[in-house]
Design a protein around this ligand. Structure first.
Ligand SMILES: *Cc1c(COP(=O)(O)O)cnc(C)c1O
Length: 400
């Protein structure tokens, strides 16, 4: 048996949607990209969405649009994919990391507050803070937004794991529903449509915002900084043909209509995708709760996670047990993974001066975490096979 940690699900409706576009006039960015943006805006309850060719591009455009550049700092969680931090370096800014919370594995907000106070004294406050909704479990955005009002930073949510997630119950005293992506407590939110994520467009990303000016800037930046809008143009000489003008420095980050068609058709299934993920999580929880030495994911009360990942911790002996379980699972064809190697431990970041020990919680987590298979088409017998393998690995492989 071969069971990966993640896998996309493609349906006949996806094939039909893509083939319609292949037989149409547009292959690259055209009307379907606009439909995809509309659909995301409706799904998450936001005014503007800007679709691009990856979440990495969306993060880069979000940082650029917020003016991140040389001399600025961007802070994020070390427990993320490298792209979250890398895009700040591409803007010429410096990156710093706020250690994670030992229970949720999201950025620790107590540590964030302490670090902000310290940075305020030193005159080194960040321009942007990027919370990452790790595994699909939303961060406490209301709290982060309070800190942003106090310390004056912008907020970009890296919601690559979290389409369809909600943080309604975390908004103190409120019964209103806050969907991740609505930007109720942030400037911009970014989603990924990579095949390993909840819904896919093959590749693709989107930035959502309620700030029309930011959206307009990102629309331009995704296509070389060019505008086609008469009201954005600088030169207005009627004797010259200005059918477009470059007013910013951008690049080609466009999504294609082919991929947007796949994205649209997948978005229609997000609720289904997530409810199956919840069933899988429940089956894991019931099956694994008696396994001593294994820590199951913590669910923040009232939060609706999208369960992009199912991270468990293999405790004890500083990574030895984790490696033994990893090896045994892979021997049985189960592609458990590690999310994440803390970004500051990557050799590239080490060369920039980050040392082992800089974010102890994230580093402890790295030495214990395994992400179990989690995807829509994972069948109950396969889940049971994974759990049997896990029990077995604990019995045979562990040093204690
Ligand atoms: C996948 C991922 C990204 C990058 O997404 P792409 O669409 O592959 O560029 C960024 N941040 C996080 C947290 C991710 O999981």
């Amino acid at each position: 048996m071969k069971i990966p940690y993640a896998r996309h699900s493609i349906f006949d409706t996806d094939l039909r949607a893509v083939s319609r576009v292949l037989n149409s006039e547009f292959l690259t960015q055209g009307p379907v990209v606009g439909e995809f943006e509309e659909q995301v805006s409706c799904l998450v309850g936001v005014d503007n969405s800007v679709a691009v060719n990856s979440a990495t591009s969306a993060l880069f455009l979000a940082y650029k649009a917020l003016g991140l550049g040389p001399g600025d700092f961007l802070w994020t969680s070390p427990n993320t994919f490298v792209a979250t931090a890398n895009c700040a370096l591409h803007c010429g800014a410096e990156v710093d990391f706020v250690d994670i919370d030992a229970a949720t594995y999201n950025m620790c907000l107590k540590r964030l507050e302490e670090k902000l106070k310290e940075a305020s004294r030193l005159g080194r406050l960040p321009k942007i803070v990027v919370p990452v909704h790790y595994a699909g479990q939303p961060c406490d955005m209301a709290k982060i937004s309070e800190l942003s009002a106090e310390f004056g930073f912008k907020i970009v949510e890296d919601a690559s794991h979290a389409i369809g997630a909600r943080y309604d119950a975390l908004v103190a005293g409120s019964v209103s529903e806050h969907t991740v992506g609505s930007c109720a407590h942030s400037d911009i939110t970014v989603f990924s449509f990579h095949p390993a994520k909840i819904a896919t467009a093959g590749e693709g990303g989107i930035a959502t915002t309620n700030n029309y000016e930011l959206a307009r800037q990102m629309y331009r930046l995704r296509t070389h900084g060019i505008t086609f809008e008469p009201d954005e143009m600088v030169w207005r000489d009627p004797s010259e043909i200005w059918n477009y003008q470059q007013i910013d420095l951008g690049c080609n980050f466009r999504m294609t209509d082919v991929l947007a068609a796949l994205g649209c058709s997948q978005l229609a299934r997000v609720a289904d995708f997530i409810s199956r993920r919840h069933e899988i999580a429940k089956r894991y929880e019931q099956g694994l709760k008696s396994l001593k030495g294994l820590i199951l994911p913590y669910n923040s009360p009232g939060v609706h996670s999208s369960f992009h990942l199912y991270p468990v911790r293999v405790t004890g002996s500083s990574g030895t047990n984790q490696k033994a379980v990893w090896a045994e699972m892979h021997r049985r064809g189960i592609g458990v993974n590690v999310h994440y190697i803390p970004v500051h431990r990557q050799p590239y970041y080490e060369k920039k001066g980050f040392k082992k020990g800089y974010c102890p919680e994230a580093e402890n987590f790295f030495k214990e975490v395994l992400t179990l298979p989690m995807y829509y088409s994972l069948k109950d017998p396969e889940i049971d096979y994974v759990m049997d393998a896990l029990f077995n690995a604990f019995e045979v492989g562990l040093v204690g």
